[in-house]
Design a protein around this ligand. Structure first.
Ligand SMILES: Cc1ncc(COP(=O)(O)O)c(C=O)c1O
Length: 359
């Protein structure tokens, strides 16, 4: 039976940190020989977290394993989950939350239209997610507060659980902290060399924080570079440093014997200029990176997250001479077909009126 590597490294965590298995690990590591050949980089690798679960892959699986487990342990059954219309986080909360009998209250805000946006909404509906529309992301905090109060459980005297979009919680970083122990094992098994650089998408910063915390705790030489794909206010070096410190503190308090570490914004490396000005905006660089990777490596990327990160990585490597370095691209987008979750009888008309205009 699989057990998170961090529970093996720090046995006290197994008792103090809730975790529910949702994924299939380890995820494969593969060499991107063709892209490497094109760029003149012989050591270019990909960590295939797009295959992190048979159900729905992507980075949310490792996150939900800790987050929804924390929710279950708290005795709460209702979670507030804000996100963009096509949000992977609401989708994953819906799919994995349904298995646990949770009610997910979605707070949806507008985004640039993408090919997956409406499909995700219909799956959310099939999963029983509650639909609430908000016109601007800036109004989301008020909606969160409203639904927080509206879903207060008087019997248990409990507010609902919160699944964060703005500023990941410390728990959101645990999944990728654990993933670094998995990667270290793969390095020790000779499946790939220790990366000098890891490139990963940064949306709220939770994934990147977990990877960076893992790299530092394991004493790896790896520099982690996050590629920001959301507004600067939602994700930046200070936010990531804060998640790193909070995750370190929470893990230490839970019984992990970690080295003393303190992070500040200058310890965080982020690329900002591939965002495209608006969340989910489809940039030319992302479009061509998506097309190229599909053609030469057979990898499926998406234009909101991973193709922007790939485009940023390629530019970074072209602008520098790092040809003798080991580079890892962390794939975080689900590539499993989600069609089986779709209720074929559902269409846009089954959603509340404020959503129908998107179909
Ligand atoms: C596919 C995908 N990749 C990467 C990210 C970024 O993860 P994080 O929010 O932890 O920075 C997200 C988050 O929205 C995502 O959906």
């Amino acid at each position: 039976m699989y057990k998170p590597d961090i529970f093996q490294a720090y046995p006290r965590l197994e008792k103090s940190i809730p975790w529910i298995e949702m994924g299939n690990y380890p995820t494969p590591v593969e060499k991107m020989s063709k892209l490497g050949g094109m760029l003149g980089y012989p050591n270019l690798w990909v960590k295939r977290d797009d295959l992190s679960s048979q159900k729905m892959g992507g980075n949310k699986v490792r996150v939900m394993e800790f987050l929804l487990a924390e929710m279950k342990a708290s005795g709460k059954t209702v979670a507030i989950s804000p996100g963009a219309l096509g949000s992977n986080q609401i989708l994953a909360s819906g799919i994995y939350g349904k298995d646990l009998g949770f009610k997910i209250v979605g707070i949806f805000f507008k985004q640039c239209p993408t090919d997956y946006m409406c499909k995700h909404m219909l799956i959310d509906k099939t999963m029983g997610v509650e639909f609430n529309h908000v016109n601007s992301p800036y109004l989301v905090p008020f909606m969160i507060l409203y639904h927080y109060l509206r879903n207060f459980d008087f019997g248990k005297r409990q507010f609902p659980f919160y699944i964060p979009t703005f500023g990941s919680s410390a728990t959101c970083a645990f999944g990728y902290f654990n993933a670094m122990f998995e990667l270290k094992k793969q390095i020790d098994q000779g499946l790939l060399p220790e990366p000098d650089y890891i490139f990963v998408t940064a949306g709220t910063g939770g994934t990147m924080s977990g990877i960076q915390l893992g790299a530092r705790v394991l004493g790896m030489k790896t520099e982690v570079i996050g590629v920001r794909i959301t507004d600067y206010l939602a994700c930046n070096e200070r936010i990531v440093a804060s998640i790193l410190n909070r995750a370190h503190k929470k893990l230490s308090k839970a019984g992990a014997d970690l080295p003393a570490l303190k992070f500040s914004a200058k310890d965080v490396k982020m690329i900002h200029n591939f965002f495209g000005g608006e969340y989910a905006a489809i940039t030319e660089e992302a479009k061509s990176a998506k097309k190229m990777l599909a053609e030469i490596e057979g990898l499926t990327l998406d234009t909101t997250y991973t193709a922007k990160t790939m485009a940023a990585m390629i530019k970074y490597l072209k602008d520098r001479n790092l040809k003798d370095k080991n580079i890892l691209f962390w794939h975080t987008y689900n590539t499993k077909d989600l069609g089986r979750f779709l209720d074929q009888n559902l269409c846009g008309k089954n959603l509340p009126e404020s959503f129908q205009g998107y179909f």
